[in-house]
Design a protein around this ligand. Structure first.
Ligand code: FMN
Length: 207
């Protein structure tokens, strides 16, 4: 039974454009994998705290040495990582807020990147420790950045998820959403057409 993990971060919940694109994708995924299950991690509805020095020290401490606060931080990080490990495919609904990813999503990144758990350091740079399936990213943006140096998200996502071991990443963009109704409708329409054509697959052996 394959599992799709959907990570959302729009302030506007399911009204957010990124959430709506991810939901359209999820509907298609459910049709393709009728016996599959969908897990949702909504980072706006259930925000994570910022990572702290105390939490990082707790990640590395012996179990008996951890304070209750450190135990709670570790448990939260473990839960997020377990969701990623369970996922045979991952979808990220990614709004652009103030030229970058939502702060809630950055907190998620900070809690799942754990040396020795999700990646390890090597002489050639970090190496992913997760056995991954495909990653689908749905970017919603008021302006237009794709293909320019102002697209701060695409390379970040490639680097971050690449570090965890994701080798197959598909981006879908809805851009120019603040540039008038017609521009927004066209952008969303094109994104939906792309979603209909995205290659669907899951981690090897999970079907
Ligand atoms: C707080 C905030 C900051 C934003 N900053 C940017 C920005 O820097 N660049 C941009 O192109 N659009 C920006 N926008 C517009 C959003 O990218 C756009 O509304 C998009 O639809 C957000 O995704 P969502 O609808 O899934 O929340 C911003 C919107 C909000 C609410």
């Amino acid at each position: 039974m394959p599992t799709l993990l959907v990570i959302k971060a729009s302030l506007f919940g399911d009204d957010g454009q990124s959430s709506q694109l991810a939901n359209a994708f999820t509907s298609r995924w459910r049709e393709q994998y009728p016996n599959g299950q969908v897990l949702c991690r909504d980072l706006a509805a259930d925000p994570l705290p910022h990572l702290t020095a105390e939490a990082v020290a707790g990640f590395q401490a012996e179990a008996t040495e951890r304070s209750p606060t450190q135990q709670a931080s570790l448990a939260m990080s473990d839960t997020l990582i377990a969701e990623l490990k369970q996922a045979d495919a991952v979808a990220v609904a990614l709004p652009m807020y103030n030229f970058t990813v939502p702060s809630t999503f950055k907190s998620w990144m900070d809690h799942v990147a754990r040396a020795g758990v999700t990646f390890r350091y090597t002489e050639a740079g970090p190496k992913g420790l997760l056995e991954t399936g495909p990653l689908y990213v749905f970017c919603a943006r008021g302006g237009r950045y794709q293909g320019t140096e102002n697209d701060t998200q695409t390379r970040l996502i490639e680097m971050f998820f690449g570090m965890l071991g994701f080798a197959e990443i598909h981006f879908t963009y809805a851009e120019g959403l603040a540039l008038g109704e017609q521009a927004a409708a066209e952008a969303v329409g094109e994104a939906r057409e792309r979603i209909a054509l995205l290659p669907l697959s899951v981690r090897e052996g999970s079907q």
